[in-house]
Design a protein around this ligand. Structure first.
Ligand code: THU
Length: 160
């Protein structure tokens, strides 16, 4: 039997420790929660991403009476960015949520489907994407989606 460990690095930044660009991205993710269409879960999620050229694209979760058809904030923002700016790598993505009258205090960790889509973006552009998860106690930051999804299924996986 062999055994190995996989480690992920997460850094927690207070607001005044974030760069101005990252602080802006987190604020825009919080702002984006306001456009959430979430009458079923009442859980408003916002995402804001920055492209390599500095452009920011935002998104929010969009639900449906046929529950599984809803789309998370992360994918709403990512697919819109890739539609509008297909040549631009996504270098950072911030996520925040609002529920029960306040910003959700715990960092929102993207769902598995969103992690897989985020991984595809890193693979497509061969560029890491920093992920910033807003929380009341600080913003949790990982340097790459691989820290959120340690075992990866990517284009290369289909070739072996
Ligand atoms: N949701 C997101 O938009 N992003 C996440 O990272 C977690 C969950 C949405 C999906 C659904 O509309 C609501 O939050 C409750 O799960």
């Amino acid at each position: 039997m062999e055994k190995y460990e996989i480690k992920s690095e997460v850094c927690i930044f207070q607001d005044d420790e974030l760069s101005a660009e990252d602080r802006e991205l987190v604020e825009l993710a919080k702002e984006a929660t306001k456009s959430s269409y979430s009458p079923y879960s009442k859980f408003q999620v916002g995402a804001a991403l920055r492209l390599a050229d500095g452009t920011v694209v935002t998104g929010s979760n969009q639900e449906n009476a046929s529950y599984p058809l809803g789309l998370c904030a992360e994918r709403t923002a990512i697919f819109h960015a890739q539609h509008m700016y297909p040549d631009q790598p996504i270098v950072a993505l911030a996520i925040a949520a609002y529920a029960n009258g306040h910003y959700y205090p715990e960092p929102i960790s993207p769902c598995g489907a969103c992690r897989q889509v985020m991984l595809e973006v890193e693979d497509r552009y061969q560029h890491s994407m920093r992920v910033l998860l807003y929380g009341a106690g600080g913003t949790h930051v990982v340097a790459t989606v691989k820290d959120l999804l340690p075992f990866q299924f990517i284009s290369e996986s289909l070739k072996k």
